[in-house]
Design a protein around this ligand. Structure first.
Ligand SMILES: [Zn+2]
Length: 461
């Protein structure tokens, strides 16, 4: 089957040009002027943008957090992603203590089996360290997993000690595995949480007070230095604060190696949302927490300058009713996480390009090319070149809409960006050459998304 997209404005990481895109089978065959293909189905894209499909490298679908399970599974979450122009994501198999990495990997494959509608890969979470786990880390590349995640927070649950992190990083370095770090000082935060609760300070806003930017910046710095001492590639997930970004920028200036991401909630929302009445602040609880408007601005600058390379979502949705409500008595019982997998690309387009904060090329790099390069998927994904997977979306730059949970596709009863008016509307989405979103219609067959065997980080600036 072939498709010819005519006269669109085709945008990649380094080009903007009016061109035709010929898709043959699952791949891009040619991008150029006046292509003819008599047997291809033709789509007129005059006046419309053609972008590489989004890649969201930080999601938590169908994740059991102990008290409850994130509300999107691999079907609902991936379908919502597709409506938002995202055609690839990377999720986190998270073993229980005592479980092998292999068991977690297989559990996640089975969560996706028969449900997947976009392509997906995995990063492995490492939540305890012993010789057996270290040996298993060395096997991960054979399973297509070239990145792992460690937590410096969530004491007694996911948190590792500095020694454990160093040992994991040394092992990862030997196999050229990238180490992603959740950087917050879990020991101090745990102490703060216990004290606040004991003082009767239980409302959602105290969640943010228990984990201030200083405790993030400290951990970011520690993560960078330990990783560089171990010789590992390090990637700081969900950077939220100017102070943390400064640690990254300074480290890079000193010649230390570090990559980092932020997320839409840290660009578009701030901690005033935590003070919403009637417990609605709980809708905005995530870790690290929402910060100040000055932090939002600093993060935009980091993206512009390239000190932050990626915007991912940390999509981890919980319904307000019945799930966020688990923390009515105390903020530390509120499941942590926000939805965003559907809104990342449209929000960044509207707030980034339309408002002049990002160029078209920067937008593509942040949402697609950099994720593909850092996580071993380039040039199979993350661009529109001959031979790349035909993952793309067509956007009408003149259409406008309002984000609302009334018509979003994520399986969650609220949207943190409710009422945001945005410019640009995604009209069609292709995944490996197949039209999977056509306006409001969803066309992908359950199980048609594919597991991606990823290669290693390959980055040249
Ligand atoms: Zn996460």
């Amino acid at each position: 089957m072939s498709t010819l997209i005519k006269n669109g404005i085709v945008i990649t990481e380094n080009e903007v040009k009016t061109a035709d895109v010929l898709i043959e089978g699952e791949k891009i065959s040619t991008v150029g002027k006046s292509i003819t293909a008599p047997n291809a189905k033709e789509i007129d894209a005059s006046g419309l943008y053609v972008f590489p499909g989004g890649i969201d490298v930080h999601t938590h679908l169908d994740l059991d957090v102990g008290s409850t399970v994130s509300s999107d599974d691999f079907y609902t979450g991936q379908a919502a992603a597709a409506f938002g122009g995202t055609t690839t994501h990377i999720d986190f198999p998270t073993p229980r203590k005592g479980e092998t990495l292999r068991a977690a990997f297989e559990e996640w494959l089975s969560k996706a089996a028969g449900k997947a509608v976009i392509d997906y890969g995995f990063h492995m979470s490492v939540v305890e360290v012993n010789n057996k786990i270290l040996r298993e880390i060395e096997e991960l590349p054979d399973w297509g997993i070239t990145s792992i995640k460690v937590y410096m927070a969530y004491k007694n649950i996911l948190q590792l000690t500095d020694e454990e992190i160093y040992r994991v990083m040394q092992t990862a370095a030997r196999k050229n595995i990238t180490v992603m770090v959740h950087a917050e000082n879990g020991d101090v935060i745990d102490f703060n949480v216990r004290n606040l609760i004991a003082e009767g300070k239980t409302e959602p806003k105290y969640h943010a007070i228990s984990r201030p930017p200083l405790l993030e910046a400290e951990a970011v710095n520690r993560a960078i230095y330990i990783a560089n001492a171990a010789g590992a590639n390090v990637y700081i997930v969900h950077v939220t604060a100017e102070m943390s970004l400064n640690q990254i920028t300074e480290s890079r200036k000193r010649g230390l190696k570090v990559f980092a991401e932020t997320c839409p909630q840290y660009l578009f929302l701030d901690d005033s949302y935590l003070e919403l009445q009637n417990f609605e602040g709980a809708k905005y609880i995530c870790s690290p927490p929402l910060r100040k408007p000055e932090d939002n601005e600093a993060l935009w600058n980091g993206l512009k300058k390239g000190d932050l390379q990626i915007v991912s979502t940390d999509h981890c949705p919980f319904n307000f009713k019945g799930q966020k409500e688990l923390g009515k008595e105390a903020f530390n019982k509120i499941p942590n996480g926000l939805p965003g997998i559907e809104d990342r690309v449209p929000l960044l387009y509207s707030e980034g390009i339309v408002k002049g904060r990002l160029t078209l090329n920067q937008f593509v790099r942040i949402t697609s090319t950099n994720p593909a390069k850092l996580f071993g998927l380039y040039p199979q994904k993350g661009t529109l070149k001959t031979g790349s997977n035909a993952d793309l979306f067509i956007l009408d730059p003149n259409a406008e809409r309002t984000i609302t949970s009334q018509n979003h596709h994520m399986n969650v009863d609220y949207n943190p960006y409710e009422g945001f008016k945005i410019k640009g509307k995604i009209k069609k989405v292709f995944r490996r050459g197949e039209l999977i979103v056509d306006g409001e219609e969803f066309l992908a067959e359950k199980g048609s998304g594919r597991y991606l065997h990823r290669k290693h980080l390959k980055w040249e600036d």
